[in-house]
Design a protein around this ligand. Sequence first.
Ligand code: ADP
Ligand code: ZN
Length: 632
Amino acid sequence: MVASLSPIPSSAIDRVTTDTRNAALDALKRYFGHDSFRPLQEAIISDALAGRDVFALLPTGGGKSLCYQLPAVLSDGLTVVISPLIALMKDQVDGLTENGVAATFLNSSLARDEARKRYAKLFAGDYKVLYVAPERLMLSGFLDDLRQWNTCRFAVDEAHCISEWGHDFRPEYRQLAELRRRFPDTPFMALTATATERVRSDIVKQLNLRDPTDYVASFNRPNLAYRVEPKQAVFRQIQKFVNARPYESGIIYCYSRKSAEQTADRLRQEGVEALPYHAGMTPLQRSKNQEAFIRDEVKVICATIAFGMGIDKPNVRYVIHQDIPKNIEGYYQETGRAGRDGLPSECVLYFSPGDVAKQLQFIADKSDPQEREVANDQLRKMVHYAESSHCRREVLLDYFSEKWPEDNCGNCDNCNQPKETFDGTVAAQKFMSCIFRVQKASGFGVGINHIVDVLLGSRNEKVLKWGHDRLSTYDIGGEHKRAEWQYFGRELIRRDFVFQDSEAYGALSLTAKGVAALRDRTPITLTKLPVSDNALQRDRQRSSGGIECDEDLFAILRSLRKELADEQGVPPYIVFSDVSLREMARYFPTNEEKFSEISGVGYKKLEAYGDAFIEAITEYIIANPDARDEWS
Ligand code: ADP
Ligand code: ZN
């Protein structure tokens, strides 16, 4: 059975008795400080509490951890979480500990003594949650230990790693099948953010899940604003963008290691704290830079795609792509690292047709024809995303076979500032008849640049050699600039009037639709070439779900958070999320009761940090007696 985003399936609601429901809500506030569930969380949790197996596919930021952490709090026994990301275990355990949930992890990074201590506490039943990597399961005696520790549930995180059909297959994950055989009666939860239909059924089969409800949430990330900008002097564009957001963290994805280094260097020269991250660095350098980012010591990471898997930082406010990604799936994953905390965040792609040409060349150099075909197809879809005048969200979701139900998402450039169009019938006629004439005269197809050369009356070598200066379409396109003709040409390709043969150096020919349009003079509306305007600021104000607050107080609370986090050696977001701080800077809580109403404040955090934050807020109010009025 597939449960869709909303409403929660009635069968699931029936199963939830009012008691478990209230207990779950109480624990949600008491431990995690949240007032309500994210989509599907409640249904997943109630299934888990009922002892059922569960499969859950939630997008990044959907709140997967809570789906097993909350049942763990409400169950007798130990919840064992299997995760491949050793680097994240400490973070997760720190987070749980801060929330008053007894948790630990076992992995190869621990000193002997420390591991021994943890074992002793596991035997004493002192923990609710244990994180382990899959290889640990095969250590001799470990499965027997799990039984002695009264394991009541297994949660398999990143469950797609079990499938060879997935993009991140890890052979160690296959051992989980054995785990299932040894614990046939213990409920399993499988969670992932990425899985095709095929990978999904593979996960269910490999883990031998018993009649699991398939929870699949929408891939839409409402708080992410998408935008594509023409790439011109890209460093200046990035610099301007970053400088406009001096207190916010962001990731800049770059095509090569070299450009990641260069962008980081230049940003530093211009006074922006930025560090590179790529596969050419030593593991030590890499983890140092990552750590600095997670701890809010540098704002910007310039990375190749190698960056991101191992981080959970919830307050990444923007993701910039300096170059076009190879495919939509990768783009979705990378932009998905922004805004996990649900606050408005921006995803900007700097697009230049020249980058596409470069990529096409790389692809043409590959030897395997099938690989070429797949890569070309993926790149075509990516270019379509970049150049389409449709809603960006719609195009992204369409890639995952999800229909976006609305005309206007209100949170992408194309919806907020629709591109200008014009009656392009004449331009389209000129462009297409030029393709037709060249083909007829020479008997072969030529690329887009040559067609534009002919239209603009160029006297370059090829035009003259092939006699294309004698065609009737020679020099008839002076009313548009070169970049405009190229842009129109690409739109005609995208809309299937013209075919571009990537196996023949991008030679153009007319499709049947193009031939008909040329013959019938079908009216065609074309999009005007956008001029680069940095209208992000406007977008940001409109974007959904933000928490407006007193920015000065927010800044004070942020530095208090950083101080407290450093004292304890944890990342700032383990102390409080940006959501919590923004709510504090909006509602000015000055006593414990008010403070505990803030999202993210559970009993443990109230105890640990309440006084410090209440004091800072009170001081601020004394110094700025009018500040609060604006928000009441
Ligand atoms: P995922 O693993 O699915 O990417 P996480 O479990 O890391 O997502 O959660 C992402 C963020 O959302 C975290 O900062 C978490 O505290 C927050 N979160 C999760 N569930 C809720 C909820 N019900 N209400 C508010 N915030 C939540
Ligand atoms: Zn849109």
